[in-house]
Design a protein around this ligand. Structure first.
Ligand SMILES: *Cc1c(COP(=O)(O)O)cnc(C)c1O
Ligand SMILES: [Zn+2]
Length: 438
């Protein structure tokens, strides 16, 4: 059952409380992104006054930046090293969860040469997470919120990776799970979502239909006691993406990158990476200098990119048609905030064709030995396009986020990635076929 403590805390109307009745560490309240109104921590996601999205507000740790840095560096090699900056209880690392994060930041010198980047090019490779996508970060935080609010079933609307991350995290946490996906996803995503033993439901429709269905389910008695990680737990879920920003800066030696390229589905990840960078500046953990954020979409689902290029503040929904299914959200909830961030930081939002996505997947594999999923192809494809257009500066430090594993989207490259030849087991056959010179 959803525990919603409103009366218990005896907050005087019109005042805000900094002593929430649930223990989510430094999280103090929820606050509206639009009007700033504050609410007690709970499974809320929209402002009661203006319907704006809610986000977590903190009592951030006191003490010097050096003390905080030392505390973080002494922490575990996963996202819980940043627990003082996340809405999680202090003993979170002792609870049963998948401990995602602290993935590799790969210095991609071969790729840099190929793209003409001289200022340092890095791939933040989130395919190394427990279920092989960045979604383990956001789910790990949502699980703590679900526990705090007494939810017994973990759920989500998913473009594929989230369903797997929720299934796995629920299994480990001892919660029930029931997750919803569009019926026509890649086999790798479906199997990975189903194998953990929860309920997996294919919906006849696209992601936006799945999401609408979940909103209805939340309001129905059937959905009582359910924590939808990206709906009624969305403010907490989103905070998980801040850890990408923290890790990138720590791995660069507590330094901001100059440019960072991030894929966009709902836009949550991009907006929270920006929030994470802002927090590091505010806490004095990195030097305050300008950085640019670039967003990446597939042409077949490019509502944010289209709005950016047209100079619009609102995002007009699209009907997705692309091989980058993990990014196929035609009506992205955080689209307007992505536009704000790209414009405020001097970045951009761009899109690439499915063909360019495939080329970029193979480019990353060929140069750096990293096999990214289609979302990774979108991000690297957009990086390449923006370098060629003179928008991304090759003389500056650039980080490209690879958010998922190519094994989940084999279809994208299987037609053009096959055995070079099949031969009899003899040297003669090998020689006759003209092989061995690659
Ligand atoms: C979900 C997802 C994203 C980004 O999602 P947002 O909704 O924008 O946070 C990026 N890459 C992959 C592989 C994903 O699964
Ligand atoms: Zn509001």
């Amino acid at each position: 059952m959803a525990v919603q403590t409103v009366a218990g805390n005896a907050a005087t109307p019109g005042t805000t409380t900094t002593t929430p009745s649930v223990d989510l560490g430094p999280a103090a309240a929820l606050s509206c992104r639009e009007c700033g109104e504050r609410f007690e921590l709970g499974p809320l996601f929209a402002c009661a006054s203006c319907f704006g999205p809610l986000e977590v507000a903190y009592d951030l740790p006191a003490g010097s930046p050096e003390e905080l840095k030392a505390r973080i560096e002494a922490g575990p090699d996963n996202i819980w090293r940043y627990a003082p900056l996340l809405p999680v209880p202090a003993d979170v690392a002792q609870k049963p969860n998948l401990n995602p994060g602290f993935t590799k930041l790969v210095k991609a010198d071969n790729l840099a040469r190929e793209l003409g980047v001289t200022g340092g090019l890095y791939v933040k490779d989130d395919s190394g997470n427990p279920t092989h996508s960045f979604k383990d970060r956001v789910v790990a935080i949502a699980v703590e919120a679900a526990r705090a609010f007494g939810f017994t079933t973990l759920s989500c609307s998913s473009t594929g990776n989230l369903a797997g991350a929720v299934g796995a995290a629920a299994a480990r946490a001892g919660l029930r799970s029931c997750v919803f996906i569009p019926h026509d996803l890649e086999q790798g995503k479906v199997v990975m979502a189903a194998v953990y033993g929860g309920e997996l439901v294919g919906i006849e429709g696209n992601y936006d239909d799945v999401n609408r269905f979940c909103s209805e389910l939340i309001g129905d008695p059937l959905g009582e006691g359910w924590g939808f990680v990206n709906v009624n737990l969305r403010p907490y879920y989103g905070e998980g993406s801040k850890t990408l920003a923290y890790e990138i800066c720590e791995q660069l030696g507590w330094r901001l990158p100059d440019q960072i390229v991030i894929p966009i589905a709902s836009g949550s990840q991009l907006t929270k990476i920006d929030k994470g960078l802002q927090e590091l500046i505010k806490l004095g953990l990195v030097e305050d200098r300008p950085y640019k954020i670039f967003g990446a979409q597939a042409e077949g689902c490019s509502p944010v990119s289209a709005a950016f290029k047209a100079g619009h503040d609102v995002v007009r929904p699209q009907k997705p048609n692309t091989i980058a299914k993990s990014l196929a959200i035609g009506n992205p909830a955080d689209g307007p905030y992505v536009l704000d961030i790209a414009r405020r930081t001097g970045g951009a939002v761009e899109d690439v064709t499915d063909e360019q996505v495939v080329d970029a997947i193979k480019l990353l594999a060929r140069t750096e030995g990293i096999f990214g999923e289609t979302a990774g192809g979108v991000t690297l494809g957009v990086t390449k396009k923006l370098i060629e257009a003179g928008v991304i500066d090759p003389a500056l430090t650039t980080v490209v986020v690879n958010t998922g594993d190519g094994l989940k989207t084999l279809d994208a490259v299987s037609a053009t990635s096959q055995a070079t030849a099949t031969i009899k087991p003899s040297l003669d056959a090998f020689r006759t076929a003209g092989l061995g010179s690659a």
